[in-house]
Design a protein around this ligand. Structure first.
Ligand SMILES: *Cc1c(COP(=O)(O)O)cnc(C)c1O
Length: 361
C-alpha cells in the first residue's frame, strides 16, 4: 500500500528511514535476540539506547552541562502542573503569556498552586498573533515566566524571546522541538511532548537548569518531583522504552541525514515558504495568521466558504493528503509540516490546492 502525506498535528509523520530501521530491528535488536519492546529497562543493551538518546539530544540542541535532560511520561499536559509544583516555590508567583489553548491550560493549571499573572493574551483575535509584551507588567519577583513558543492549534510562533532578566524563562516547545536551533541558555526550563516532532507518543522531554531542581512543594507526588528523575537518570521507574528508542532513531536522522538543526531550519523554511507563498497569492485560500508571527510547523488556512472547506478536506483525503482538518476552535484547514514531512509532500499539496482552486472558481 502506498503511504499518504500525513499532515496530522500530532501524533504525526515520522521519517520513513526511521520506520524502516525500527521494522528491521523489530525481532532482533542488534543481535540481542529481542525486540526493544521486550527488553528489561535495566539491561545493558537498553541502557546504551537511553544514554545514546540523551547524548544525541544534548549534542543536537547544544544543551549545556548544567542542565538535566529528563525523559518523563504524562505528556506536556502533566508539565502544566509539574512546573508550578517544582518552581513556584519562592514568591509563589509566575507570569504567563496566553497565546492559545495550550498556554491557557498551562496558566489555569498553575493557578491551582500559586498566584498567576497573565501578562498578555491574543485571545481577542482568536490567537492569530503573538502579543507585544510590556515589561512593566512583568512580576519582578516571579518564580518563572511561561511561554508557549509554537502554538500548534493557531499556527503562531515566537521569533524573538521576551527578556525576563533574572526570572527563569519556561518554554513549551512541544510542536517545535528540534525544528530549528534554540538557545537553551536563555531558559530555565524547556519541555515537549515528543509526538509532534521527535517520536511516537509516550515520552515527554524536560530540559531543566540544575539550580531549579530540588525545591518542590512538600505535597509534590514522588513522580512529579524533578529531583526523583534527575537523581535516577530518568530510570526511577520504567521509562517509555520503545518510544525513547524511536526518538533515538529520529535524532540520528536529524544528525546524520539532515546535518543538524541549522540545516533542519533551512529545510523547514523552504518547505513552509512553498505553502505560504501559495496562500499569499491564492484568490481562494488564505492563511489565518499575522505574517510576522507565522509558524514553520503548523499552517492554518481557510477559504471564505464552509462548504468549500469541507469539499477541499474530503477531496484532499481521497487524493492521499490526510489530516488537513483544522482544529475545531479555528475551523478550516491546518497543514502540520513537521520535520519529517518531506518537501515533496508540501509541493504536491500545493499542486493539489492549485488544481482545486481552478476547478472550483
Ligand atoms: C500537543 C501539545 C500539548 C499537549 O501535549 P500532550 O502530550 O498531549 O499532553 C501541549 N502544548 C503544546 C504546544 C502542544 O502542541
Amino acid at each position: 500500500m502506498a503511504r499518504v502525506y500525513n499532515f496530522s498535528a500530532g501524533p504525526s509523520v515520522l521519517p520513513e528511514k526511521v520506520l524502516k530501521t525500527a521494522a528491521d530491528e523489530m525481532f532482533d535488536y542488534k543481535g540481542s535476540g529481542q525486540s526493544v519492546m521486550e527488553m528489561s529497562h535495566r539491561s545493558k543493551v537498553y541502557d546504551s539506547i537511553i544514554k545514546e538518546a540523551e547524548s544525541l539530544l544534548r549534542e543536537i540542541m547544544n544543551i549545556p552541562d548544567n542542565y538535566k535532560v529528563l525523559f518523563l511520561q504524562g505528556g506536556a499536559w502533566s508539565q502544566f502542573s509539574m512546573i508550578p509544583m517544582n518552581l513556584m516555590t519562592k514568591s509563589g508567583k509566575a507570569d504567563y503569556v496566553v497565546t492559545g489553548q495550550w498556554a491557557n491550560k498551562a496558566q489555569q493549571e498553575a493557578s491551582r498552586y500559586g498566584e498567576v499573572n497573565v501578562v498578555a493574551s491574543s485571545k481577542d483575535k482568536t490567537f492569530n498573533y503573538i502579543p507585544k509584551l510590556d515589561p512593566s507588567k512583568f512580576t519582578k519577583d516571579a518564580d518563572y515566566f511561561h511561554i508557549c513558543i509554537n502554538n500548534t492549534i493557531y499556527g503562531t510562533c515566537y521569533h524573538e524571546l521576551p527578556d525576563t532578566g533574572d526570572v527563569p524563562l519556561v518554554g513549551d516547545i512541544s510542536s517545535c522541538i528540534c525544528s530549528e536551533p534554540i538557545d537553551v541558555t536563555k531558559f530555565g526550563l524547556l519541555y515537549a511532548g515528543a509526538q509532534k516532532n521527535l517520536a511516537p507518543a509516550g515520552v515527554t522531554i524536560v530540559i531543566v537548569r540544575e539550580d531549579l531542581i530540588g525545591n518542590a512543594m512538600d505535597f509534590t507526588p514522588t513522580m512529579y518531583n524533578y529531583k526523583t528523575h534527575a537523581d535516577n537518570d530518568s530510570m526511577f521507574n520504567t521509562p517509555p522504552c520503545y518510544t525513547i528508542y524511536v526518538m533515538k532513531l529520529v535524532l540520528e536522522w536529524i544528525k546524520n541525514d539532515i546535518g543538524g538543526l541549522e540545516k533542519m531550519k533551512e529545510r523547514n523554511i523552504k518547505k513552509a515558504n512553498i505553502l505560504y507563498d501559495f496562500l499569499d497569492n491564492s484568490k481562494m485560500f488564505r492563511g489565518t495568521v499575522v505574517k510576522e508571527d507565522r509558524s514553520l510547523m503548523n499552517v492554518p488556512f481557510v477559504t471564505d466558504s464552509e462548504e468549500l472547506n469541507t469539499k477541499f478536506i474530503k477531496e484532499a483525503e481521497a487524493n492521499g493528503f490526510v489530516n488537513l482538518k483544522g482544529h475545531r476552535s479555528v475551523g478550516g484547514m491546518r497543514a502540520s509540516i513537521y520535520n519529517a514531512m518531506p518537501i515533496e509532500g508540501v509541493e504536491k499539496l500545493v499542486e493539489f490546492m492549485r488544481k482545486f482552486e481552478e476547478e472550483n472558481s
